[in-house]
Design a binder for this molecule. Structure first.
Ligand code: SF4
Length: 355
């Protein structure tokens, strides 16, 4: 399967103002991220709030300028585009934002909202074709034709998100970056929008970069999952592999935090010795808040919160060396390799002497 999105060593840093006699501080929101998304696949990007996943999504679409690194969409170097080339690129990559209330112009009807991208990119040869396309678009997202001349305030949150999806589809994009597209909606509506996104993807062969902190939604929708912590990818795997056998202690904690019915069976886990054990959800839950991006911990940035670090006797290597993201062979039917950044997986129990 061909790679539609290729991200190499992407960084996005935000320099803060320089203080007298101090070096200027830098917030490293995204740090050395390398990702691939195959055409027609969905990649879920998960992690706690503030881990840099939205910044990464915006950087992929050049809504924020990357500090360094390269992004290619279908072989085209997106980071090098300027002017008209950048406008033309927007036809191929669209974004769905979290807040359907804020992402629609309250002074524009649905018809005007959907007409705008068609005109910017010159996609319809005349007015008749334009109107036919608009009617087709509202039909695709399950809205009646009568909604075309209404304003955003006349719709519910779920209906507004349908309009946002229709606007993204208007230009026939190859890639859609969906940033928490259902988290602002009622729980009862979330499933409808997730199913709509999946239907549209199957019919149009779209590729999604799906950003969410809701792992159940990601599990339902995505083929691959990448886990971010403090601006870096710490684990990436096929969805089933990641949920069946999460390798990184942070991923294990995120999955253990998914609300589960009291009588649900335990999930399989991989112990230090490589044998299968079972989750002890309470013991796995994360404590404390993520550290500041301004002064991330040395070595593995997760070590102040890592249960395995404590269990393994607080090995010095976790505090002093940042674990690289390396390929791990996991016995699974999934063809995609698993990647993980944890000394435990690369060194086993030989993590060095406790310090
Ligand atoms: Fe925990 Fe060490 Fe692995 Fe980091 S490298 S996740 S501190 S065991």
């Amino acid at each position: 399967m061909s790679q539609l999105v290729e991200i190499d060593h992407l960084c996005k840093h935000y320099p803060l103002g320089k203080r007298l006699f101090h070096r200027s501080d830098v917030v490293r929101a995204v740090e050395d991220v390398t990702l691939r998304i195959s055409a027609g696949q969905n990649l879920g990007l998960v992690g706690e709030s503030g881990c840099g996943k939205s910044t990464l999504g915006r950087a992929v679409l050049r809504l924020t300028e990357p500090t360094s690194g390269q992004i290619r969409l279908d072989g085209v170097d997106v980071t090098a585009l300027t002017g008209r080339e950048l406008v033309a690129f927007r036809r191929h990559a669209q974004m769905i934002f979290q807040d359907p209330y804020g992402s629609l112009n309250p002074r524009m009807t649905v018809r005007q909202t959907l007409t705008e991208p068609l005109r910017i990119h010159g996609l319809c040869k005349d007015h008749v074709a334009e109107q036919q396309r608009i009617v087709e678009l509202v039909g695709q997202v399950g809205l009646p034709e009568a909604s075309l001349d209404r304003y955003p305030h006349e719709f519910s949150g779920g209906q507004r998100q349908r309009i946002v999806i229709a606007r993204a589809l208007a230009v026939d994009p190859k890639l859609v970056v969906a940033d928490e597209p259902v988290s602002a909606l009622d729980v009862s509506i979330q499933a409808q929008i997730v199913n709509l996104l999946r239907d549209v993807q199957e019919k149009k062969g779209l590729t999604y970069l799906f950003i969410s902190h809701d792992l159940k939604v990601v599990q339902h929708l995505c083929d691959q999952v990448a886990v971010m912590y403090l601006g870096r990818i710490v684990e990436q795997a096929a969805t089933k592999t990641l949920f069946d056998r999460p390798l990184h202690p942070y991923t294990q904690a995120l999955i253990a935090a998914i609300p589960r019915p009291p009588d649900a069976p335990s999930l399989a886990d991989v112990s230090l010795s490589g044998t299968m054990t079972h989750y002890r959800p309470r013991a796995l839950l994360l404590g404390g808040d993520p550290p500041s991006l301004l002064s991330p911990p040395t070595g593995c940035a997760f070590h102040p919160r890592c249960r395995r670090y404590e269990e393994a006797g607080r090995p010095a290597v976790c505090r002093s060396e940042r674990p690289p993201l390396v390929q791990i062979s996991v016995a699974s039917a999934a063809s995609a390799p698993s990647l993980v950044a944890c000394h435990l997986q690369t060194h086993g129990q030989n993590l060095g002497q406790p310090g």
